[in-house]
Design a protein around this ligand. Structure first.
Ligand SMILES: *Cc1c(COP(=O)(O)O)cnc(C)c1O
Length: 822
């Protein structure tokens, strides 16, 4: 794309300040951290409750960005760049995209629905790609921000678009419709997702249909409610010759009537009737969601008038869609970003941004296959890819495929292979070592083989950490903070069991202000991992003071004795203004200066230039318990008095902070200058009413090692604590109390989830294994098992085990591999 900025002034209804020559941009960015920002970028400074991109404009100008859309021009950058000043930058992004969309008039498929959008989109892309140059939303970019960014990636060579639109409440679809303006509308499954945003199902359907105002055909699963909504919709938004194209399992009046579906092993034969003829179609899936998604694709192909044999041949090859970018531990201390199923240009940009945010090693490598359907000529495409690689400061490139190999001269420091097998034959000689490696290739290159060779092997139990959920939860709590209130995130105990360094990286990327750890060595490993954020150490032992100083960690000081010990070492090292944090005890009675030691503290600190009081803090004992809220109020007022005294007598201006997660929710007036977020970030609230706003972060998964059926009267496990009263099917799962699963969870108290069904633990939990009753579940060896996550939740487990979620989360042993994804 290339847009003349001058032409946008009327489109965005903007005021323009800056040089008045014509300027062209070819990249729209909203992410200040992306290494892809440059002179040809128009940076749109979005400003939300959580983050104001206007704050990063000065930094961006230094990096060479010259053109901005802003809501105001910050003082420090006036006159230093070109600015569109608009009322609302999100609106401006959307209006720009809508304008840009109108420059093209090839067919566009618009997908909406509660489930299945992304899969149907990916499958349609696969099914139609032999015949079209397709532009589609990358990953699941379907939001108010994701949709405009997807559409702006259209170029002149594309001749078919597939975009998905996701909404969570009313009045959102109008914006997305203007941007996508699909000629072909597909309504995928209408489930119950996001119901909280709507009064009822009718309202939800009506809102979704708004995507199809200009659609000449609407594809959907026939049912009474949707039919009724469509009738109202057509009356309200009439369009000449609009066709409704429906399918159904039950209603023979649908255009495509599914007569029968027969599932065998992992495939399904679908018998359908279309225009009075009967056809059979086989797809390599057996679950009902995949069958519905495949039928939606079938209708699109029928609408495009594909021949029935082509439909059959292509649909046979449908594949599971991997929607996430996963971070995995690699061999020789590498980390891997696994994006081994797609290779379009647009998703390469996203993956490179993700690589930058997640890199654990200074050195970055990319393993990349030939790229298909870019819409560019090969020459142009690989020049663009080479530019991206260089903008992103990638240290080495490994290209696999005949096309990318032929452009090797564009890639400095690259190694090229004709195919995946040739690469695998050489893998030992490539010395992968302390690198963060992005592995990105088209399906046909089977890069999953590369991932499995480069991945560190551990046993099958993993704790999957959803980084997007962490982001979501962070934003939720940020939105509760008054302007200018800083945020410290507690990453002690290995990020509450979820992974220390990875989460710290994410938080640094998201510009939190501080990290908090319990002990110095936790802080040291974060600093060694490259974390630059300031880190407060809650419980520094005096033996660790020298390393605290060496690693520029910031100690919490909670006693005169500790203060003197720290001062002694600090003076020996001739330190000046070393930041320390003063903890006062306001009622928790764990650590901290008590009321009667404050005078001595003041006397010791007065006139002292060795250390500087960076912050004053205290900790609440009962911020989660309404019964004791009056106690919290007492703690807060004592904190106010003690901290004010320190401030006035020492004439200092420190950060003050007292709130933990529950405090943020329950005591908004005590935010002072900073809060300390802990458990909430990891998706757990102590308040059931608040829980629904948080997203689950950790899912502990394992697999079935063995399945057996035992007769009535037999027992299971040590001590014969389970006796079968009837024939019972038992599955063994390789996770036990040594992994952190309490023995109290055994003996039919606790359960796991297999194929969306509960399976209760029978007998006692062993050290490395447990057994569950799967009599009612159709399952086999190797099937996936959820130990906790969406169900059971750690909250449910904690209740049954008479403890708190904190203990469950932090008990998961380090031998359980953590896998991060978004
Ligand atoms: C752990 C901790 C927090 C965070 O508490 P949550 O309840 O997890 O939010 C805050 N402050 C201190 C001093 C802590 O030790």
């Amino acid at each position: 794309m290339s847009i003349n900025l001058k032409s946008l002034i009327p489109v965005l209804n903007a005021e323009w300040t800056g040089s008045d020559t014509d300027i062209f941009v070819d990249h729209i960015s909203i992410d200040s951290r992306s290494l892809q920002n440059g002179p040809q970028t128009l940076f749109i400074a979005l400003s939300g409750a959580n983050n104001d991109a206007h704050l990063y404009i000065a930094e961006l100008i230094e990096k060479g960005v010259q053109n901005f859309a802003v809501q105001y021009i910050p003082e420090n950058v006036k006159g230093k760049a070109n600015f569109f000043v608009v009322k609302n930058t999100l609106k401006a992004l959307q209006e720009l995209a809508a304008y840009y969309r109108d420059l093209f008039d090839f067919p566009i498929i618009g997908l909406t629905g509660s489930n299945g959008k992304t899969i149907v989109k990916e499958w349609l892309n696969f099914l139609l790609s032999p015949d079209y140059n397709i532009i589609r939303s990358p990953k699941s970019y379907n939001s108010q921000v994701g949709v405009p960014l997807s559409v702006i990636a259209i170029n002149e060579k594309h001749n078919l678009g597939i975009f998905e639109a996701g909404i969570s409440t009313v009045n959102e679809m109008v914006n997305l419709e203007k941007i996508i303006k699909p000629n072909i509308g597909v309504l995928t499954n209408i489930g119950s997702a996001h119901d909280e945003g709507f009064e009822n199902l009718t309202q939800k359907i009506n809102e979704k249909l708004l995507l199809f105002k200009k659609s000449a055909v609407i594809i959907y699963q026939k049912n009474e409610l949707v039919d009724k909504c469509l009738l109202d919709f057509s009356a309200q938004y009439p369009l000449e010759n609009r066709a409704l194209f429906s399918w159904s399992f039950a209603d023979a009046s649908a255009d495509v009537f599914i007569l029968k579906k027969e599932t065998k092993n992992d495939s399904t034969t679908i018998k359908y009737q279309y225009k009075d003829e009967i056809f059979n179609l086989e797809i390599p899936f057996s679950d009902s969601a995949s069958i519905e998604n495949a039928i939606s694709c079938l209708l699109v192909l029928l609408h495009f008038e594909y021949d029935f044999t082509i439909i059959q041949n292509r649909m046979e090859m449908l594949y599971p869609v991997e929607m996430r970018l996963e971070v995995k531990n690699g061999i020789h201390n590498c980390s891997l970003i696994d994006d081994s199923y797609s290779s379009d240009f647009q998703s390469l940009k996203i993956a490179l941004d993700f690589l930058e945010s997640q890199k654990k090693n200074a050195s970055k490598a990319v393993i990349l296959s030939d790229i298909f359907q870019s819409g560019f000529s090969n020459e142009e495409l690989y020049s663009k890819v080479a530019q991206l690689i260089s903008d992103n400061k990638i240290n080495r490139v490994i290209g696999i495929g005949t096309t990318i190999s032929s452009f090797q001269d564009k890639f400095p420091n690259s190694t090229m292979f004709q195919n995946t097998a040739a690469f695998i034959a050489e893998i030992e000689n490539l010395n992968f070592n302390n690198e963060t490696i992005l592995i990105k290739g088209a399906r046909s290159f089977q890069f999953e083989e590369i991932v499995s060779l480069l991945e560190e092997k551990t046993h099958e139990t993993v704790l999957e950490i959803n980084l997007d959920a962490i982001n979501h939860n962070l934003n939720y709590f940020k939105s509760k903070l008054a302007d200018d209130v800083k945020i410290m995130v507690m990453v002690k105990a290995f990020g509450y069991g979820n992974g220390g360094l990875e989460i710290a990286k994410l938080l640094e990327h998201n510009k939190v202000n501080y990290l908090g750890v319990a002990f110095a060595d936790e802080g040291i490993s974060l600093k060694n991992g490259g974390i630059k954020l300031p880190i407060m150490v809650l419980n520094p032992e005096s033996t660790s003071f020298p390393s605290i100083i060496q690693y520029k960690l910031e100690p919490e000081i909670y006693s005169i004795k500790g203060l003197n010990a720290f001062l002694k070492i600090a003076r020996e090292k001739n330190l000046k203004d070393f930041p320390i944090h003063i903890k006062v005890d306001t009622g928790m009675h764990r650590l901290g200066f008590e009321d009667n030691t404050i005078d001595e503290l003041i006397a010791t600190l007065k006139g002292n230039s060795t250390v500087r009081v960076q912050s004053i803090l205290s900790h609440l004992a009962t911020s989660d318990d309404p019964k004791h809220f009056d106690f919290v109020e007492k703690q807060i007022s004592l904190f106010e008095r003690l901290s004010s005294k320190l401030i006035s007598e020492l004439n200092i201006n420190p950060i003050r902070h007292i709130l933990n997660t529950s405090g943020i929710s329950n005591f908004p007036d005590a935010q002072y200058n900073m809060v300390r977020l802990g458990i909430g970030l990891y998706g757990v609230s102590n308040d059931p009413a608040e829980q629904k706003y948080l997203e689950n972060v950790g899912t502990l998964k394992s697999i079935i090692s063995q399945v057996r059926t035992i007769p009535a009267g037999d027992s299971v496990g040590y001590g014969r604590r389970f006796m079968a009263d009837k024939e019972t099917k038992i599955a063994t799962i390789p996770i036990g109390y040594a992994d952190g699963i309490s023995r109290l969870w055994g003996n039919q108290i606790g359960f796991v989830t297999i194929k969306n069904q509960k399976a209760y633990i029978v007998g006692s939990v062993c050290m490395d294994m447990l057994m569950v009753d799967v009599s009612h579940i159709d399952c086999k060896e190797g099937d996936s098992v959820i130990i906790f996550g969406e169900s059971p939740t750690v909250i449910e487990m904690a209740e049954a085990l008479k403890t708190i979620p904190y203990e469950i989360m932090t008990s998961i042993s380090q031998r359980v591999k953590r896998v991060f994804f978004r």
